[in-house]
Design a protein around this ligand. Structure first.
Ligand code: DON
Length: 568
């Protein structure tokens, strides 16, 4: 993830967080009733406590979301946005899109300089933020599915913020890694870096301003964020610092309740993320391209498996660059992209013995498609899972985009702002922070939501919950989630062993096959001999998964970080 991407100056922050060597326990945590897997243990415990009190999976997911905003500020947030995928035990599903949107004053070329080149303003500074969605998303989830009093779901986070919690080693390390960026903002420096006297492991970290902000949410719901003191301070700070988010943007923000994408794979039902996530199209296309190839005959992470999976990934990412964006602003051709005939056609272009250079792989839909409907021109990260005793399942991925977002804390409010505007395509052909390319489909427009890689996914077997999975990791999310799905479904691994397996990634451009440290030299050499340009990487998606195995829930959590699978 280091040198290859454009505007890569800040990606080192991600890489630093992702490079800790894996500890491979291989054994999942097992529980009979309910389970939470999350990337910070205190927040996972909050979720289990809500389940034990009789709250359902959605109650617990809301409480974990607020808790992570306190204990895991690198990504947990109320200043960002994300997606919540819900599947109830009765089969009902919902996909709540609380992705940030571009403020009304945003415009297509807002991140280009006078010569038309992309600037870093989509990553740094007050103009990099989209309108935050997390609080609205949690409130919508509550209104649709919640069962416990709302304040009970926010209170654990308030206590963690007000009374503080002991700083873990991984939190202390991540603050050190982000020191340069957080120092640039006086409020972030004061709160997160204690004015430069950095928190060490075991010291208590209190956030009284954030406790106050959460208190207003506990008392007034989303109105306690999008109106009143929080909104006026946020809009005021934006206006004072050249940011674009105004009070009207906050007042107008709405969660969008979307139909999840669904598909099947080897008898399993797949419920996954629709646009403005590219993730679900990615999962379903890649699984579809692998079907019937016997890619799995030599085992997981074998040369054959990596080759076929990487070629499927490459073809999906070519399509992603051209066709995917916010469906409310652009007619996204989801159906054609998932049409079995089209997927079979893409599959046939995979050479069993050789890598296909990306220069020979283009976005693949026929130009004549939808004749008469000019869809192309038409207008238009942390992850956690919860499963409760009834079999209701929730998968949430939400994010500030970069680690600690844009590093700016709104004075008096105690929370960090996102830099999600970088997920738009600032200019066709110019890579974003994750090296991703985009087209008109993902150009900036007021109110539009930027294309995401976040891929919360729930899998069923015989109509019952089987697996919940998702990850952070920028462009590597979709591939990491797909690999873990394949490791569980095709290679019959438990979720911990699957999460621990070294991962790989291909995203069409750059034409590089990234292999996580842990692949053997022989495997790398064999792939090179097939025509791949191979690069070792420490940066991979940090996947979290829960699997139902004969009535027992098994939780796998990212052992490269210090997350927790907590059950009862
Ligand atoms: O929505 C997206 O695809 C990105 N904003 C996700 C960023 C991310 O995963 C960063 N974390 N490692």
């Amino acid at each position: 993830m280091q040198s290859v991407h454009g505007r890569s100056g800040v990606v080192y922050l991600l890489a630093a967080l992702l490079t800790a060597p894996p500890m491979r326990s291989g054994e999942p945590v097992r529980a009979r009733h309910g389970m939470v897997v999350a990337q910070e243990p205190l927040a996972a415990d909050v979720g289990v406590e809500i389940l034990k009190q009789g709250g359902n999976a959605i109650d617990a997911a809301i409480a974990v979301g607020f808790a992570l905003a306190v204990t895991h500020p690198v990504a947990g947030n109320i200043g960002g946005g994300g997606f919540m995928l819900v599947r109830l035990a009765n089969g009902r599903t919902a996909f709540l899109d609380f992705r940030e949107c571009a403020p009304r004053r945003a415009s297509r070329d807002m991140y280009l300089d006078s010569e038309g080149n992309p600037t870093k303003d989509s990553i740094f500074g007050w103009r990099s933020s989209g309108v935050p969605g997390s609080v609205a998303g949690f409130e919508t989830a509550y209104q649709k599915f919640g069962s416990k009093p709302w304040a009970n779901l926010v209170n654990p986070a308030i206590l963690l913020a007000r009374d503080g919690f002991p700083v873990s080693k991984s939190f202390s390390d991540s603050l050190h890694s982000a020191q340069e960026m957080l120092s640039a903002d006086p409020e972030s420096k004061r709160i997160f870096l204690r004015g430069g006297n950095l928190y060490r492991e075991g010291e208590i970290f209190r956030q009284p301003e954030l406790a106050g902000t959460l208190q207003r949410i506990a008392e007034n719901g989303a109105k306690g964020f999008y109106a009143g003191e929080t909104a006026s301070r946020l809009a005021g700070a934006m206006a004072a610092n050249g940011g674009l988010i105004a009070a009207e943007d906050l007042a107008a923000y709405k969660t969008i309740d979307r139909q999840p994408l669904t598909g099947t794979y080897r008898g399993y039902g797949i419920v996954t993320a629709p646009p403005p996530s590219a993730g679900g199209v990615g999962v379903l296309q890649i699984l579809g391209m692998l079907t019937g190839t016997h890619y799995d005959s030599d085992g997981p992470d074998s040369v054959k498996a990596v080759h076929y999976e990487a070629e499927a990934m490459r073809r999906f990412y070519a399509d992603r660059s051209e066709y995917l964006g916010d469906p409310d602003f652009y007619v996204v051709p989801v159906k054609p992209l998932l049409d079995p005939a089209y997927v079979a056609h893409r599959r046939k272009t995979i050479d069993p013995d050789r890598a296909t250079p990306s220069g020979l792989v283009e976005p693949g839909l026929p130009k004549t498609l939808n004749a008469g409907v000019d869809w192309k021109e038409s207008k238009q990260t942390t992850h956690y899972n919860v499963v409760d005793a009834k079999g209701n399942a929730v998968a949430v991925t939400y994010t500030l985009n970069n680690s600690y977002g844009n590093g700016i804390t709104v004075p008096g409010l105690g929370f960090l702002l996102n830099d999600e505007m970088d997920d738009f395509s600032a200019k066709p052909g110019a890579p974003n922070m994750f090296g991703l390319l985009g087209s008109d489909a993902n150009a900036i427009e007021p109110g539009k939501r930027p294309l995401s890689s976040m891929t919360p996914t729930i899998i069923t077997r015989n109509g019952k919950f089987f697996m919940a999975v998702g990850a952070p990791g920028g462009s590597r999310i979709t591939t990491g989630v797909t690999e873990v799905i394949l490791d569980v479904l095709d290679f019959h691994m438990n979720p911990q062993a699957a999460v621990d397996l070294p991962r790989f990634h291909h995203q069409w451009r750059p034409d590089i096959l990234y292999l996580q440290n842990g692949f053997s030299e022989q495997t790398a050499a064999a792939l090179k001999a097939m025509g791949y340009e191979v690069e070792a990487t420490g940066g991979v998606a940090r996947v979290e998964a829960i699997v139902m195995n004969n009535g027992t829930l098994e939780g796998g959590t990212e052992s490269r970080l210090s997350g927790k699978a907590a059950g009862y």
